[in-house]
Ligand binder design. Sequence first.
Ligand code: AMP
Ligand code: MG
Length: 409
Amino acid sequence: MKPLEEARSEVLSSVGLLGVEHVPIWQAHGRVLAADVVAPESVPPFANSAMDGFAVRGADVSAAGAVLEVIGDLPAGSSSHTEVGTGEAIKIMTGAPMPPGADTVVRVEDTAMEGSKVIISSAVERGTSVRPAGGDVPEGHLVFTVGTRLTPMHVGVLATIGIGMPAVFKRPRVAFMSTGDELTPPDAEGLEPGAIRDSNRPMLLALLEDAGVEPVDLGIIPDDPDVLRDALARAAEADVVVSTGGVSMGDYDVTKMVLKGDAHVDFWQVAIQPAKPFAFGHIGDALFFGLPGNPVSVLVSFEQFARPSLLKMQGARHVLRPQLVASAGETFATDPEKTVFVRVLVEGLEAGPPIVVKSGGQASNVLSAAAAADGFALVPRGTATIERGDPLMVEMFKWPESREWIDGR
Ligand code: AMP
Ligand code: MG
């Protein structure tokens, strides 16, 4: 059996980049920057008011009780060339540019109008409520570096500095399929005897979407070597092929039958649980991931091998999920020959330190416990038992939200 780290680095070492394109900012979410971003403009572009109030000279309001003549009105989106002189104020709204002469804004709450005059009720320090030009991002500043996967907030910052067509790495097209004579589409009416629903394919589609790639659904492929051969040939037109099922030791493991002799595909036994069997290589020019059949194995195998590869292919700097240290809330007895991925709930994050407990059944077909889980607790190879209170690494695939639909245990 191949240790996890060795298997993953072997996989990652055969992954390259696809090239660069420019995309409209409206489609940039989840894409990976292909170049450093240097701000071509300052944000804010001009000094402006942080409050609705009065733009004044700081020297005029250093003591409470100042009475100033209001000489104008400045809504956001307009600008004024009228200078604010000593003893004067301009009414200003949040976001409006500071008029010449003024260096301070007094919030409207600290004022009272009396005819054309404003009375300032408290002392205000010079510079208060003024947002300086470039105070968020100065022009010429290195904002983001190549390899950054764009979150909604990154997209917003690109917009503020006027980058409407960021350079990003191309996304791979990923053809995916389920194999198995027993599989019935999730939306078919009723099940024939011996049939089960194809849960892998909808889950894979969602996993692929999360990984930011362009999915191509090739459907359910029966356990028929000729049909599978055809499907793989079509799939190889994509950049990546992902299949599920048929890679282990069964009599009808058709993926193995078709690809076993292929010089470009290897059948591995990875020292992990679940998801020990795994096929990896190339079909034509496409990278090939032959995932196992059981849904939880699909999840683990995808998370450990396919997702990091797909992120690397898109140029992402970070390809692995974040891990945190938690404490075992119960005993975990696992196979010491393998790195075991225990589906866990992470409790107590509010008060810390986090404590993990199993989210349900741990067999590789029990997908409901994976849906209930927040992450995988990793019990390393060489460890047979984790006692309550022992430290554990947890790979988070989501942060605890509502669990109202099910009690995971
Ligand atoms: P296999 O490796 O093809 O023998 O599949 C292992 C187990 O996973 C079997 O119990 C299959 O029925 C099940 N399985 C395979 N593909 C799927 C799928 N697409 N959805 C749900 N279960 C599956
Ligand atoms: Mg099968």
